[in-house]
Ligand binder design. Structure first.
Ligand code: FAD
Ligand code: ZN
Length: 505
């Protein structure tokens, strides 16, 4: 199979924690810390090996307390790893009655500190709820547990001529329950659309332990409020997803990938328009990388095209077609490339000849996140921005940061076809958080995004990183107050993910 694992969490260098004081919530004060007697009571509800404390396995507990970027550190003393919905229900029911805070966790690859405790909430990991219940080959509907690793689902469905309609660099570690809870995007969002469209049904365990059965294997179902949508992208704030029904398309029999170099961003915009026009129904992905990120990626892998063998071009795009007729798709890709090069917008490029070359090109794109993460402290931003303003905002931020902090590198990539930019700043060799850099970026960047009619979070969500901006730079006060009412309805004691997602009152 073609998918590979991402860098394991523990290979990254240590970081100092990001300050959480701005996120501290009075809600946390209403919850209590778990005690030895809570552990005994919880142990009685679950199988042996489900409960992990510092006494059992301090390293395992420590790994679950820190996020992928090693930026957010929790202080949880209890990790629970249920295997069944019944165990999960028993755990939540106990925590609800006892006012114990809970953080749902899946693959722990989230980038906004949502999957780790703010203080000492109990970590409930769905990692051991990982059964694949089956794929109906006629309808293409997959049923699986929340703890299935995304790349395992890719392999399982590929063996049955189907694919999972979501793919991202963290696929070797992230889990479908985490993907659904973050409404994750990824590189084929343009092709397959949002998980909000592809998830057909869910089983969710609510904060008080009630099992809410919203499972459904019909593509069409217009009965009542579509409650499952509340949990997709809720980041665990309303319940813990235990089971998923997912619509999976047929595996394409042909894939063509081109890696192209461009001299300026106007050329990227024009090439995107051309790709949509020429590749039409085959166009599956159009990914963007600037020279600054490829400079970092090139430290660990060769970049196949450069100006003179060493100098990189200012911009690169990775374009992919997927279809069911290899000859037809290759012809379309060839016509597109001919036109793109004849306009002089694309100055150099390579086209995959086989699946191995497709993989090699994607490996460059997927190396972006680990490359920047291993460089130094990384300040990651994940914004939606109209393509007309896509790189203009990068130039604006460079002029803001440059004079004050010439040591800060601005590096960018993203799903430009979805207007989604991954804007990153890093300070090579310096792993401590630098308050000057944070204050130069925030809230200035977010305000600029809002002025340009974008979104401050395109894919990664709010977590404990952006929740305080929800009511000021994302949604109206009325919308936030309705969200609070929904939270109150599903989690009246606010035990789930305290201090995250919604802003503190
Ligand atoms: P976790 O990190 O464990 O949890 C994420 C959130 O969901 C947390 O708030 C957690 O409390 C909640 N949660 C987890 N499981 C459940 C559950 N069963 N029920 C309820 N709530 C739950 N994201 C993208 O959208 N697109 C990308 O292209 C992308 N690329 C990435 C590349 C790399 C290298 C890395 C490290 C991350 C990337 N991400 C991307 C971010 C991350 O992988 C996604 O947010 C992913 O969906 C998180 O899944 P997870 O299983 O790791 O969830
Ligand atoms: Zn992304």
């Amino acid at each position: 199979m073609i998918w590979r694992l991402v860098t394991p969490v523990c290979s990254l260098p240590p970081r100092t924690p990001r300050s959480v004081t701005r996120n501290s919530s009075s809600l946390l004060e209403k919850l209590r810390s778990p005690t030895v007697s809570d552990c005994s009571a919880l142990a009685a509800l679950v199988d042996e090996g489900t409960i992990v404390t510092a006494e059992d396995d301090p390293d395992l507990l420590a790994r679950h307390n820190v996020d992928w970027k090693r930026e957010y550190h929790g202080r949880s003393t209890v990790l629970l790893r249920p295997r069944t919905t019944a165990e999960l229900s028993g755990i939540l029911s106990y925590c609800h009655v006892e006012r114990l805070g809970v953080v749902p966790q899946a693959g722990n690859t989230g980038l906004v500190g949502g999957s780790v405790p703010v203080a000492d909430e109990i970590i409930v990991s769905v990692a051991r709820m990982n059964q694949i219940h089956g794929l109906d080959r006629t309808s293409g509907i997959l049923t699986c547990d929340a703890g299935c690793i995304l790349s395992d689902l890719h392999n399982y469905t590929a063996d049955r001529d189907h694919l999972v309609p979501i793919d991202l660099g963290a696929k070797g570690s992230c889990m479908i329950g985490g993907n659904v809870s973050t409404n994750a995007g990824g590189q084929y969002f343009y092709r397959f659309g949002s998980l909000k469209g592809n998830v057909l049904g869910l089983e969710v365990v609510l904060a008080d332990g009630t099992v809410l059965d919203l499972t459904n294997t019909n593509r069409k179902d217009n009965t009542g409020y579509d409650l499952k949508q509340l949990f997709i992208g809720a980041e665990g704030s309303l319940g813990i997803i235990s089971k998923i029904n997912l619509s999976c398309p047929r595996l394409p029999s042909s894939r063509n990938t081109a890696f192209l170099a461009l001299e300026n961003f106007d050329a990227v915009r024009r090439t995107l328009r051309l790709a949509k026009a020429e590749l039409g129904e085959c166009l599956a992905a159009f990914e963007f990388m600037d020279r600054a990120i490829l400079d970092l990626v090139s430290k660990s892998r060769a970049i196949p095209i450069s100006m003179d063998g060493s100098t990189l071009y200012p911009f690169y795009v990775l374009v992919e077609t997927q279809g069911s007729n290899g000859e037809h798709d290759s012809e379309k890709m060839a016509t597109f490339l001919e036109r793109a090069m004849s306009t002089l917008d694309v100055v150099d490029g390579i086209l995959s000849q086989d699946i191995q070359q497709v993989e090699e090109m994607w490996a460059i794109r997927e190396a972006c996140n680990p490359a920047v993460a291993s460089e130094g402290r990384v300040y990651k931003y994940d914004i939606s921005i109209p393509v007309s303003d896509y790189y203009e905002i990068v130039e604006e931020m460079k002029s803001r940061l440059g004079p004050a902090r010439p040591d800060a590198l601005v590096v960018n990539w993203g799903h430009v076809i979805d207007s989604n930019l991954h804007f990153n700043v890093t300070t090579p060799g310096m792993f401590e958080e630098d308050p000057e850099i944070v204050s130069l970026i925030e809230p200035y960047l977010f305000e600029s995004v809002v002025r340009r009619k974008g979104s401050i979070s395109a894919e990664h969500g709010l977590g404990q990183c952006k929740n305080e901006y929800l009511g000021t730079l994302a949604k109206s006060p009325t919308a936030v107050s309705k969200m609070r009412a929904i939270k109150q309805l599903f989690d009246p004691h606010y035990i789930l993910s305290p201090g995250k997602y919604l802003p503190a009152k």
